[in-house]
Design a protein around this ligand. Structure first.
Ligand code: C5P
Length: 309
């Protein structure tokens, strides 16, 4: 029996989420910049001798059944490996808020691919793990290697960027009682936009080229492009907790920029260092409590799923 494998699964924020077009498959054509942060879940996997796959979790509100991306990732990896007798007992320690726009579920699924590849000794490369991840969810491929990456297409066309200014700090907030459904956010986007999209590949590519050329998060050099999230314009007016969070974060001393992450409802503010984020959290704690918002002070990290120990 091999030793258990433990991995960390970090959350992400969107520095940029631009809806370019509507695709024939019903998904949106996106141009995103995603960034891993040090708010992490942990997944522990050990072999079973009877070929069973099972998942337990310390968060009662999370389903551990067939709809969980960890279970689906484990089944997909086993199926593609051709070794149907492989099994694993998996346990998730959940720290990333659920339904928050932080890719917590996607990162957990990516963590299962990385951990089981190691546990089962399959030797599948990162590129192939990312392709498997893309079959399960749009944000999942990014979560495998993480760091700072451009994500195009549905989110699965990855182009790594150099790591951003590592010193930056982040204050993240979310109302624990509110979650936003991603399909709802995109369908609301479609309803509001009507036919106002870019319509051809040349126009998409021009936007991608803009993002490749930009200097992401180097605020000390004064060249950082503004944060942008097209779903924020859709979700914020309909979600009071997002409106309140953004209003509160934008006025904090030392806040460089603030935005919603993914399809929300979590929002974040950037600070020139982690101390700045910690100080702002202390200053605003009472106000956040009054608004019913939980908060986390975080750092940006240059990697995705990582083996522990
Ligand atoms: O792939 P994922 O499970 O993350 O997508 C959830 C839903 O979000 C999709 O079913 C679709 O409604 C919407 N979506 C989209 N365009 C994308 C990604 C997601 O319309 N690029």
């Amino acid at each position: 029996m091999t030793a258990p494998v433990c991995v960390t699964a970090p959350a992400k924020i969107n520095l940029h989420l631009e809806v370019l077009g509507l695709r024939a498959d019903g998904f949106h054509e996106l141009a995103m910049v995603m960034q891993s942060i040090d708010l992490k879940d942990e997944l522990r996997c050990e072999n079973t001798s009877d070929g069973s796959l099972s998942l337990s979790c310390d968060a009662a509100e999370l389903s551990c059944g067939q709809d969980n991306l960890i279970v689906r990732a484990a089944q997909l990896l086993r199926e593609r490996s051709g070794f149907s007798e492989l099994g694993a007992r998996m346990h998730l320690s959940k720290r990333i808020p659920i339904g928050a726009g932080l890719a917590g579920g996607s990162s957990d699924g990516a963590a299962a691919l990385v951990a089981l590849n190691e546990l089962w000794g399959l030797g599948v490369g990162v590129d192939q793990l990312e392709r498997l991840a893309a079959e399960l969810g749009s944000d999942m491929p990014f979560c495998v290697a993480g760091g700072t990456q451009l994500c195009f297409g549905r989110g699965e066309r990855l182009e790594p960027l150099p790591p951003v200014e590592a010193k930056l700090g982040l204050l993240l907030v979310k109302d624990p009682g509110v979650s936003v459904s991603t399909p709802w956010a995109y369908s609301e986007c479609r309803r509001q936009r009507g036919n106002v999209y870019l319509h051809d590949e040349a126009a998409f590519e021009a936007r991608r080229q803009n993002l490749r050329a930009a200097q992401w998060l180097h605020p000390l050099g004064g060249k950082s492009p503004p944060l942008r999230n097209d779903l924020q314009t859709v979700v914020a007016p309909l979600t009071p907790s997002v409106k309140n969070a953004l209003r509160c974060l934008e006025t904090l001393p030392g806040c460089l920029q603030a935005a919603m992450s993914g399809s929300g409802p979590s929002c974040f503010a950037l600070f020139s260092d982690r101390d700045g984020a910690d100080r702002a959290r202390d200053v605003v704690q009472d106000q956040l409590e009054e608004l019913g918002l939980r908060s986390w002070s975080c750092s940006l990290i240059p990697h995705g799923v990582k083996l522990m120990g």
